[in-house]
Design a protein around this ligand. Structure first.
Ligand SMILES: N[C@@H](CCC(=O)N[C@@H](CS)C(=O)NCC(=O)O)C(=O)O
Length: 234
């Protein structure tokens, strides 16, 4: 029997299945990276909804697991050495789940590091830049008269999309024939940019035909279809 009571987050989000990976998340582009990965791997998990409309992410219980107060975060009751492993940052979670399951990330070969390179490209480039486009185009920043901040993030996002489009030319996925955690990290953000943020025209999305093609293939995967709805705000 796994005991997770040492983790204060379990007081606010009790574990009904403490033997399973505990996922604390919401179905945002960073959140769904974790749920899609869990669905892809088939690892047993229990999702917990972190409501932004209730500021759950800022609660003391949540910040006991993630001091920055951002989703996603997990606890694996059976981490390395059989000890519970708490983890935040979606990139770290993807690498951990890939290693635990033996899926979606090569071991001990150049392909591993190339996959991590593209994962970092998402974490450090695509996520932050697309996110700022969202702020300045869709959320509070859209009221700002000065459009230079928005234009800067749009220009950076176009650079990133150009790089991604070139990479995907003649490839099924970022790593070629193999679907990896780099795809799981990247395509929820592309979907969000043109969907929820409504920035498709702004970034000239129609020009990036390879990105469009691979996004479509990604969104057709059954694990992706399920993961995009977990955990959904009710
Ligand atoms: N680098 C972090 C970013 C996480 C992040 O920005 N999460 C957003 C949702 S997509 C969040 O929790 N926002 C709530 C807040 O900032 O209060 C990761 O990839 O896990």
């Amino acid at each position: 029997m796994n005991d997770l009571s040492a983790f204060p987050i379990t007081a606010k989000w009790p574990a009904s299945h403490p033997d399973r990976i505990q996922l604390y998340s919401l179905n945002t582009p960073n959140g769904v990276k974790a749920s899609i990965m869990l669905e892809e791997t088939g690892l047993p998990y229990e999702p917990h909804l972190v409501r932004f409309d209730a500021n759950d992410q800022k609660s003391a219980e949540f910040r006991s697991l993630h001091p920055y107060g951002k989703i996603p975060a997990i606890i694996d009751p059976n981490g390395p050495g059989g000890n519970p492993l708490p983890l935040f940052e979606s990139g770290a979670i993807l690498v951990y789940l890939a290693d635990k399951s033996g899926r979606l990330l090569a071991r001990g070969s150049a392909a591993r590091y190339e996959t991590l390179q593209w994962l970092m490209f998402q974490m450090a480039g695509i996520g932050p830049m697309f996110g700022q486009v969202g702020f300045f185009h869709r959320f509070a920043g859209r009221e700002y008269e000065d459009k230079r901040p928005r234009d800067r993030y749009v220009a950076e996002s176009k650079r990133l999309l150009e790089v991604l489009d070139t990479r995907l030319a003649g490839r099924s996925w970022i790593m070629g024939d193999t679907y990896t955690i780099a795809d799981v990290a990247t395509f929820p953000w592309v979907r969000n940019l043109i969907g929820f943020y409504g920035a498709g025209d702004l970034v000239g999305f129609a020009e990036y035909s390879n990105v469009r093609r691979v996004l479509e293939a990604f969104l057709a995967r059954s694990a992706v279809i399920r993961g995009l709805e977990i955990p959904k705000a009710r």
